[in-house]
Design a protein around this ligand. Structure first.
Ligand SMILES: NC(=O)c1ccc[n+]([C@@H]2O[C@H](COP(=O)([O-])OP(=O)(O)OC[C@H]3O[C@@H](n4cnc5c(N)ncnc54)[C@H](OP(=O)(O)O)[C@@H]3O)[C@@H](O)[C@H]2O)c1
Length: 239
């Protein structure tokens, strides 16, 4: 149970159709800390598409009115969206495979979309008490940890996401001192995103286990941790 958050609030999972997002939604729905849990995705009602800012704004208005109707402050927002490969586009092994259209798509989904989520959802947090916005980044977005190279667009878009999280956290702190904005690495998790790259020997966890670990990390964070980049075991990752 997320007992560090004031009880009776509203939790939101964006990307609730994804492997990790669905597991987070399921665990939050059985967490007594929350009065209600909303899952948003491209197929939810209302739909939320990261490539369509109007849909993000409409989803935030929907959450605002539901929170007001039932007198539930928004306490937790987890962004579990993201893209590593799509439409036949695979992560680059060499600079020779760099393609501006595919790069722009990675940035649109992994960095710009989550930034728009911050724009429309961070203002929903109450002025008082702990509240958390967490976005799923990736350890491969760490520049300090990059020893293997490759995956240019995914790495760079997640590095950009990390910078956006850190920047938004500074602004958030001025408005809501107890609210957090953080980036999380979920581990290597068995989902559609990771399946094409699964190798034996990698420490792969189930979405259920990853979700359990991520919620435990959020439970242990406090306002001083806002703006940070955390591994699924709670340790701090290098930028
Ligand atoms: N799996 C891993 O090993 C791993 C490792 C490190 C980091 N991560 C990160 O963890 C996050 C979740 O990954 P996952 O493994 O759960 O992937 P997944 O199963 O492929 O889920 C991706 C989610 O992103 C959503 N999405 C994609 N494009 C979208 C758009 N334009 N608008 C709204 N939603 C969109 C998908 O929605 P639809 O259902 O509508 O397509 C889906 O809900 C990602 O940020 C990923 O980079 C995962």
């Amino acid at each position: 149970m997320l007992s560090s958050l004031p009880p009776g609030g509203l939790a939101i999972v964006i990307g609730a159709t994804g492997g990790i997002g669905a597991a987070l939604l399921q665990q939050l729905q059985s967490d007594a800390a929350f009065a209600d849990v909303i899952g948003l995705s491209r197929t939810s009602e209302p739909p939320l598409d990261l490539l369509d800012e109007a849909s993000i704004a409409a989803a935030a208005r929907y959450v605002t009115s539901r929170a007001a109707d039932q007198n539930m402050p928004v306490r937790l927002i987890i962004d579990a969206t993201g893209s590593l490969h799509s439409n036949g586009h695979q992560p680059e092994k060499s600079w020779q495979q760099l393609d501006p259209v595919n790069m722009a798509q990675s940035f649109a989904i992994n960095a710009i979309g989550p930034a728009l989520l911050m724009k429309h959802f961070l203002p929903l947090f109450p002025r008082q008490g702990k509240a958390v916005f967490a976005t799923l980044s990736a350890k491969v977005g760490s520049i300090g940890d990059n020893r293997l190279g490759g995956w240019y667009s995914y790495r760079a878009s997640k590095a950009a996401l990390n910078q956006l999280v850190h920047t938004a956290a500074i602004e958030l702190r001025r408005r809501q001192p107890l609210a957090l904005c953080v980036a999380l690495h979920p581990g290597t998790v068995h989902t559609a995103l990771s399946a094409p790259f699964a190798k034996t020997g990698l420490d792969v966890v189930t979405p259920t286990e990853s979700a359990r670990r991520l919620l435990a990390v959020l439970e242990g964070l406090n306002a001083d941790d806002s703006g940070g980049f955390f591994n699924h075991d709670g340790s701090v990752l290098p930028w």
